[in-house]
Design a protein around this ligand. Sequence first.
Ligand code: NAD
Ligand code: IPM
Ligand code: MN
Length: 360
Amino acid sequence: MKTHKIAVIAGDGIGPEVINEGVKVLRQVAKLDNSFEFEFTYFPWGCEYYQKTGKMMDDDGLEKLKKFDAIFLGAVGAPGVPDHISLWDLLLKIRKGCDQYINLRPVKLLNGAPTPLKDVKTSDIDMLFVRENSEGEYAGSGSWLFKDKPNEVVIQDGVFSRKGCERVIRYAYEIAKKQSKTLTSISKANALNYSMVFWDQIFKEVGKDYPEVKTYSYLVDAASMFMVKDPKRFEIVVTSNLFGDILTDLGAAISGGMGLAAGANLNPEREFPSMFEPIHGSAPDIAGKGIANPLATVWSASQLLDFFGYEKWGETLIDCIEQVLVEKKVLTPDLGGTASTQQVGDEVINKLTTMLKSNN
Ligand code: NAD
Ligand code: IPM
Ligand code: MN
C-alpha cells in the first residue's frame, strides 16, 4: 500500500469548512482504489494562530512542510490581521519557499455550471492558465522611504529573471505541445517597457523550440475583454503572477464563480512539495455559516490526484462535480441551491460511489 503524506493547512474563514470536504473526498478515493492511502497531518497555522503567537506559521514551518509529499490548503486571511502580513507570512512564503513556480488554474465551464455570458457552449470556455508563481510583481522587492513624512515614497519593483520567465513559459509550451492546443501569452509591453518587453522576447525565443505550437500574444487589457466577448480564443495561457491572479478571478466569474475555481502550485521537479488550494479567499462574509461551496476544493483535490499520477481518479472527480452541477439537487447558495457545504461534500461522495458501481 503506497502512502502519500499530505500536510493540511485549513487556515481561516471558510478555509476549514471547505478543506474538510476535500479531505473527506480524498479519503474516499483512496478507500475505493485500495492501492494507496493518504496520511493527513493538520497544521493550525493562520490568523488565529497569529493572534495567539504573533506568527502565521512556526519558525521552522517550511522545514516541517518539506517532509510532506503535498500540501492541501484552505484559505488565509481574516479581518483584524493585515492581509499583507497574513499572506506574505504563510501562503506566499510557502509558494516561494517550496519553489512552486507554476500555478495551474483551469478555467473550464462544466455542464450545469452557470455563466453570465450569453450564447456560449461549455466547449467555448476551456482554458488552462499557467501563471508565473514565484517572482514578477510578487517579488516583494521595494522600499518605503520617509514613512509618514510629507515626502513619503513607496517603490514596488517587478522582478522578472531570465530563469523565472523561461521556466514558466517553457512549461506552458510543453503542455500546449502535449495537448495539441494553442498557447497564448498575456503581457503588457506597451506600458511596462522593461519587464514585459523582456517577457515577450522570451516567449518568442522559447517558441523556437516548439514550431508545432500555434501561439498568440495579447496585451492584458485586450485579453480581459476577449475573455468575456470571445472566450474560445484561449486554450493554454501563460502570464505573469499579477495578471494571472486577476485574470483567473475573471475566469472564475465566467465559469461558475469562486466556488468552482481551483489551483495547483507546482514544483515540477518535485524537490519540494506542491500545494493544492481553491483560488478563493477566506470569504469572511459567509464564514461560519456552513454554506461555502466546497467544489473548488474538490477540484483542487482532483489536481492533487493528477499530480500523484492518478489521472483516472482526477478525471472521475471532475465528472462527479459535473453530475452534481447538472442535477442541481444539492448545491450551495452561490450556485442557487440551499444545501450546506457538508451536504455538497457528501453528494460528491455519493456520486463517486455510484459511478464506480456502474463502471464495474
Ligand atoms: P474571497 O475569494 O474570499 O471572496 C470574494 C467573494 O466570493 C465573497 O463574496 C465570497 O463570499 C465569495 N466566495 C469565495 N469563495 C466562495 C465559496 N467557496 N463559496 C461561495 N462563495 C465564495 O475574496 P476577498 O473577499 O477579496 O478576500 C477575503 C480574504 O481572503 C482576504 O483576507 C484576502 O486577502 C484573502 N484571500 C486569500 C486567498 C487564499 O488564501 N488563497 C485568496 C484570495 C483572497
Ligand atoms: C490567489 C490569491 C493570492 C494571490 C493572494 C491571497 C496573495 O489572491 O491565490 O489568487 O494573489 O496569489
Ligand atoms: Mn487571487
